[in-house]
Design a protein around this ligand. Structure first.
Ligand code: SF4
Length: 340
């Protein structure tokens, strides 16, 4: 287990939702604005690229304006890790093998330990020989990540989070299993460079989901070539889908079929989705396309409407309550969900 600012990660603590800002960290105003958006969506930990000293120093001003812990993402230059810690970073992402001078590794470990700042180490596909088989690459990824952790252990530093990432889902899953078998460090899960929205949702959910089902993983990050708020939304949806954590409402809607009694089912679901922010509770709200099957198929929802041509049936946990006119479907669902 590690402590990142006021946040605990690992052990029996809930899986942490995190993402990375896509702004230039030196642009404090834009970065703070983006972090506020992410906080509003339920992001619990945010990583920022620290590519130079100005970015490391900007962390201090950013930290004053936000309430979630900040992770400084650093490549190669250990002096930036020291500067980020001095600016108040709550966690560092850095591979000690990238620091060529052993004295600097020692200094980073000593400074992070004194400040109570954990370090995430890891390996990703980019460093693997493409001629290796998938199983060999998974093993090599795991060994490389564990070797990074050992470099810090040699400096008497154990406040470590480990990640092994690949854009190949099976390779990433196999590699994380190997690390989980060999160590007790909290594990960061993600499918790296997973692509645009739809592709990433499929790949990330398959990889991260498979591991979470096995009880592996302490923090998750969706990597999407799109807004980071979508990464946070996707992470929460996955945790809710696995019954691990819930935040806000969830929609249960049928795919529709030839029995669907309303011509504009897709538009109704879109309208409901757009108004979900009016529901503060973690409830399941169903919108089903027909009365004959909709109540039964939506019975796991807390509240729902099975749509009919002239009127729908409002149901609560599978039990019919009353008839509703089509024009009132969405307003009724929002009101009933808030009443629960
Ligand atoms: S609820 Fe009705 S319309 Fe929707 S998929 Fe089931 S049978 Fe088809």
């Amino acid at each position: 287990m590690v402590k990142i600012g006021s946040l605990f990660m690992g052990g029996d603590h809930p899986v942490v939702v995190q993402t990375m800002t896509k702004t230039d960290t030196r642009d404090v105003g834009s970065t703070v604005k983006q972090i506020h958006e992410l906080e509003g969506r339920g992001c619990e930990l945010v990583r920022l690229a620290v590519k130079d000293r100005e970015a490391a120093q900007a962390l201090r001003a950013i930290k004053r304006e936000v309430s979630i812990p900040l992770v400084a993402d650093i490549h190669f230059d250990a002096r930036l890790a020291l500067a980020a810690i001095e600016s108040g970073a709550d966690k560092i992402r850095l591979n000690p093998s990238n620091i060529k001078d052993p004295a600097m590794i020692r200094e980073v470990a000593r400074t992070a330990k004194a400040a109570g700042v954990p370090i995430r180490v890891g390996a990703n596909l980019g460093s693997m020989d493409p001629a290796l088989s998938r199983a060999e690459r998974a093993r090599a990824l795991a060994e490389e990540a564990l070797a990074e952790a050992r470099l810090l252990e040699e400096e008497d530093f154990q406040d470590i989070v480990v990640s092994v990432k690949s854009s190949d889902v099976r390779e990433m899953v196999e590699a994380v299993h190997l690390v989980a078998e060999a160590s007790n460090y909290p594990l960061h899960l993600g499918v790296t460079e997973a692509g645009p929205l739809q592709q990433s949702l499929v790949k990330s959910s398959a990889g991260i989901g498979a591991l979470l089902l096995d009880g592996i993983g302490d923090t998750i990050r969706y990597s999407i070539s799109d807004s980071p708020t979508l990464e946070v939304d996707a992470a929460w949806m996955l945790l809710a889908a696995m019954d691990l954590r819930r935040r806000g409402p969830q929609i249960v809607s049928c795919p529709t079929c030839g029995r669907c009694e309303v011509p504009d089912m897709l538009s109704l679901v879109t309208q409901l989705e757009a108004r979900l922010n009016e529901i503060a509770k973690p409830v399941m709200v169903a919108l089903m396309g027909c009365v004959v099957n909709g109540i039964g198929e939506g019975k796991n929802a807390d509240v729902g409407i099975a749509c009919g041509r002239d009127q729908g049936v409002l149901f609560v946990r599978g039990q019919p309550v009353r008839h509703i006119q089509p024009a009132a479907f969405i307003d009724t669902l929002i009101a009933e969900a808030n009443k629960l």
